[in-house]
Design a binder for this molecule. Structure first.
Ligand SMILES: O=C(O)CCC(=O)C(=O)O
Length: 258
């Protein structure tokens, strides 16, 4: 089977039929992303998350680790307040400041935007290969141990493409540039990184009841700006031990599809 999005125009990606947790895991293992529909509430999303792994609390989440992503006036002006606004979010990694960011994100649309609000994705494997082909010096700078430091309470300092596990996989870590402190060479490479991300960006318009599970160590995710009272629910998940390897597989670093 080829890559999930191969030969599919971004605007015509179908939201698949209802997929069961086993199928979601199989899709994650192969593609790093799975689109689903048929869930309608936070409890149903929590149940799905628990079949995939341990739901991880987030500073903005409730007691069940669910974060309600919608416009919230109270947090305007705070770092990352854009998440709780109607603004676009550039493709990024969730919690890139943590030693190990959540392996999976399970996101559900419960209220669709009136206009806009489409989900945007970019495959870290494709970004890596594009950089290797077009801008190898930029890739090298972004892969150095001193490339970036993110965060204040948690601080991750290391490469933007970070070797993980046995070292055969890579974890991508992308936050908005203003949230990072970069080496001079990595800072100079950010323009190429953005070009590569934009070249790989794919969009999916999700309706209420549709959602996605994404490998947060491999795929960047974001959204387009919107109008209306859009509501998304998000849970970060640590996959069950041995259930799934996250990150960019080595075959995708070499441009060979496996
Ligand atoms: O609103 C969305 O669709 C995604 C939100 C998001 O990417 C985030 O909060 O990190």
């Amino acid at each position: 089977m080829g890559p999930f999005f191969e030969n599919v125009r971004p605007d015509s990606i179908p939201v698949e039929r209802l997929v069961r947790p086993g199928e979601i895991l199989a899709r994650l293992a192969q593609y790093g992303i799975a689109i689903f529909h048929g869930l309608d509430s936070a409890p149903s999303l929590v149940a799905l998350a628990r079949t995939l792994g341990t739901a991880l609390p987030h500073p903005d989440s409730d007691a069940h680790a669910v974060t309600v992503i919608t416009e919230r006036e109270a947090v305007a002006g705070r770092a990352f307040a854009d998440g709780f606004s109607r603004a676009a979010l550039a493709p990024h990694t969730d919690r890139a400041d943590m030693l190990v960011p959540p392996g999976l994100l399970v996101n559900l649309c419960v209220v669709q935007a009136e206009t806009g609000g489409e989900s945007v994705f970019a495959d870290g494997g494709a970004i890596y290969r594009l950089l290797a082909a077009r801008a190898p010096e930029a890739l090298q700078a972004l892969s150095q141990p001193n490339a970036v430091a993110y965060g204040r309470s948690h601080v991750y300092a290391g490469p933007i493409f970070e070797p993980s596990g046995s070292g055969r996989r890579l974890r991508i870590r992308v936050w908005p540039p203003e949230q990072g402190r970069f080496s001079q060479a990595a800072e100079a490479a950010l323009g190429e990184l953005k070009l590569a991300i934009d070249a790989q960006a794919l969009t999916i318009g999700l309706a209420a009841g549709q959602g996605y599970v994404v490998d947060n160590h491999r795929w960047l995710h974001g959204r387009r700006a919107y109008l209306g009272n859009r509501v998304m629910l998000r849970i970060g998940v640590e996959p069950h031990q041995g259930a799934l390897l996250t990150g960019i597989p080595s075959v995708l670093q070499r441009g060979v599809q496996g």
